[in-house]
Write a protein that binds this ligand. Structure first.
Ligand code: DAH
Length: 339
């Protein structure tokens, strides 16, 4: 029995040492230690051993098994290491090459300007709301008191999707959607993208952004409009900023005005920046037309309000002294990272 075990051990060791792959090693394990393995057979024949020899033989079988298992384990980890080494070699990474540096993005000047505008109006108790970029004729034109013969309705100026749907030409339709909700008073701004069929140049783009504003409550007067927008201009362009309201016409407001701010570069004396004017136009505004209120279900005898609309790019160009609007759309990191 002793000899037999010795032979099994020697044979197992030899086969293990000859194994050059993990699969082969496993075959050896099965051949000796498996259910039908050689050592297992010896274990099964233990019943024929004389009772007084059993402890000694049992010990021997165990020792043999442990020796084989130990060598199997050791060889297995050697083979695994060798396989990993080979894999690493084949992947061949050249660690001396310079690393690729990830470039972090940068907030867009439009975004920075919008956050500034939002900060100012939120500070005055306004809510920020949004509306759809695709509108129907009612919200984009009719509900804003824009008559059929108005040039804005012209296919030359507006992107029509079909006879009733347009890419909104202003953020003003969001006013209507907000008024229709029937929750008064209203104090809101609505930033968003708008579309006009314009050629691209230094001051025009077929897609740009506006921020609309609307206040509706009892006893709102033109004085509220002036005070609010004067305060806004000071916050945006500095405490010495003066404002000038020039009479204008919009179908959805009456009376209407355009707001000019004193040039923050020259303080109003006139310079290259304000083209010698001393003033820079920044937005349109006015008292909401009674027709507009009525169409959205608000009684103009009980409520009144003011509205305004500004081009966001215009604000960004002025504030950051950018002289060509196209730069805002090129997404050139070298340009964007300056702001
Ligand atoms: N909708 C106007 C435009 O696109 C901007 C505007 C002017 C909005 C006066 C208003 C407003 O709400 O009262 O040019």
């Amino acid at each position: 029995m002793k000899d037999k075990l010795q032979r099994i051990k020697e044979e197992a060791f030899k086969q293990i040492q000859d194994s050059d792959a993990l699969e082969k090693l496993n075959e050896v394990r099965v051949a000796f230690l498996g259910k039908k393995g050689e050592l297992t057979a010896v274990l099964k024949s233990m019943k024929d051993v004389a009772p007084e020899d059993k402890p000694m033989v049992g010990q021997l079988v165990n020792d043999t098994r442990q020796a084989i298992e130990a060598l199997l384990e050791e060889t297995k980890s050697k083979l695994e290491k060798a396989a990993l080494q080979l894999k690493l070699q084949n992947e061949g990474i050249d660690v001396t090459l310079p690393a690729k540096k990830e470039q972090l993005g940068h907030r867009h000047p439009n975004t920075i300007a919008l956050e500034e505008v939002e900060r100012i109006f939120i500070g005055m108790g306004y809510e920020v709301v949004e509306g759809p970029e695709i509108e129907n004729n009612y919200y984009n034109f009719d509900a804003l008191n824009i008559p059929d013969n108005h040039p804005a309705k012209d296919e030359q100026d507006t992107f029509y999707i079909n006879s009733d749907m347009v890419l909104r030409t202003a953020t003003s339709p969001v006013q209507v959607r907000e008024m229709e909700k029937g929750k008064l008073p209203i104090r809101m701004i609505a930033p968003g993208r708008v579309f006009r069929s314009d050629e691209v140049d230094a001051t025009h783009s077929p897609s740009f952004h506006q921020v609309e504003g609307l206040v509706i409550d009892k006893n709102i007067t033109f004085a509220d409009l002036k005070g609010t927008l004067a305060e806004f201009a000071k916050e945006l362009f500095g405490p010495d900023t003066k404002v000038k309201f020039r009479p204008h016409y919009f179908p959805f407001t009456e009376p209407s005005a355009e707001l000019d701010v004193s040039c923050y570069k020259c303080g109003g004396k006139g310079c290259r920046f304000c083209k010698g004017e001393g003033w820079i136009e920044i937005l349109g505004c006015g008292m909401v037309h009674p027709n507009v209120l009525r169409m959205s279900g608000i009684d103009p005898d009980e409520y009144s309000g003011f509205a305004f609309g500004m081009g966001l790019e215009r604000i960004a160009l002025l504030k950051y002294e950018i002289d060509d609007m196209r730069l805002l759309y090129e997404n050139d990191y070298r340009f964007l990272k300056q702001f």
